[in-house]
Design a protein around this ligand. Structure first.
Ligand code: PEP
Ligand code: MN
Length: 340
């Protein structure tokens, strides 16, 4: 961290600042230039609040030199992390997976959808049993019964399941039931108590980007999980809120290569929530694949017009099968590997 001081900073005040920094256990290296004085702070800078430092009268500006995320940072862990989601399904480091299924678990149709996405080549099944809805009057999910339906489908198809946990008090239940991947939704991306709770488990976590969250905020949320001991974190770009209203969100595909540059964690993209409309899901699934995502999360429903949530963005099983064939072509074009 570097503090750039005001031109007129009196020597006495500079000395006081140096001893304030030193009392926090850091070294302060002062260099007097022709136009400005700079203090380099060396040591554990997490002990310093950069805003407090910048608010001091003699300080003009504070700049970070290193990122505040450490465990998620590629600088300290250059090789890609591969997350093992169970049933031999690995993601990251060249392993590409497609997570598909309905927005919400609704009942027996889950099995029908699960069989269809499995047959089309999806390697993980998704479905929400606990739903974060913008309105308290909208369908809230089946709860524990929904988890059991997912587990039944898993037993038949031998594929890992991905489902959202919304409440820190439910984490234990998810672990007891052996849920393969816990999803943290966009609305909970900065629910720090929830992040810490899933961090205390070893269950893989699919962490979605916040609705108006920056890439750095997503990485700090991952850091929360990892700092508690769970390194099995998969990041998910699912679109962010911008001024554009033609789509539900704006798919920030820049985030895919940017995240690969900054972190070793796998990066999945969700073209369903990113666009909000069935017609845009396939092209953006292909674009995300070409951009280097380690996987996709796609909503599929047997009868989108009657889906209990997010029918407007669901693919039918037939559309999904067609999309999968195209994803394989794009994956092959960019990696020479198809889907295997
Ligand atoms: C979902 O995956 O069903 C979901 C609610 O997504 P998001 O948290 O990205 O809105
Ligand atoms: Mn949804």
């Amino acid at each position: 961290m570097i503090a750039i001081l005001r031109k007129d900073a009196p020597d006495g005040a500079v000395d006081q600042l140096v001893s304030w920094i030193e009392k926090k256990g850091l070294d302060a290296h002062v260099s007097h230039g022709e136009n400005e004085t700079i203090i380099g702070l060396v040591g554990d800078t997490t002990k310093i609040d950069p805003f407090l430092l910048e608010s001091m009268d003699i300080v003009e500006r504070v700049q970070r030199v290193s990122e505040p995320f450490k465990k998620a940072n590629r600088k300290f862990h250059p090789e890609d992390t591969v997350v093992d989601c169970g049933f031999g399904v690995k993601i990251g480091g060249g392993n590409f997976q497609v997570i598909a299924g309905p927005c919400s678990v609704e009942g027996d149709n889950l099995l029908e959808i699960a069989r269809a996405v499995h047959a089309a080549g999806a390697t993980m099944l998704r479905g929400g049993a606990y739903k974060p809805r913008t309105s308290p009057y909208a369908y809230q999910g089946m709860g524990e019964r929904g988890l059991d339906l997912l587990l039944q489908a898993r037993e038949e198809l031998k594929m890992p399941i991905v489902t959202e946990v919304m409440d820190p008090r439910d984490v234990e239940l998810f672990v007891e039931k052996g849920i393969d991947v816990m999803q943290i939704g966009a609305r909970n991306a900065q629910n720090f108590n929830l992040l810490k709770e899933v961090g205390k488990t070893k269950t893989p976590v699919l962490l979605k980007r916040g609705i108006a969250g920056t890439v750095d905020e997503l990485l700090m949320s991952a850091e929360y999980i990892m700092s508690e001991g769970n390194d099995n974190v998969i990041l998910c770009e699912r679109g962010i809120r911008t001024f554009e209203t033609r789509t539900r969100n704006t798919f920030d595909l820049n985030a895919v290569p940017v995240l690969h540059y900054l972190t070793h964690l796998p990066v999945v993209a969700d073209p369903s929530h990113a666009t909000g409309y069935t017609r845009y899901v396939e092209p953006m699934a292909l674009a995300a694949t070409a951009a280097g995502a380690d996987g996709l999360e796609i909503e599929v429903h047997n009868d989108p017009a009657h889906a209990w949530s997010d029918g407007a963005q669901a693919l039918t099983p037939a559309m999904f099968a067609d999309t999968m064939a195209r994803i394989a072509l794009v994956r092959d074009a960019v990696t020479g590997e198809g889907l295997e």
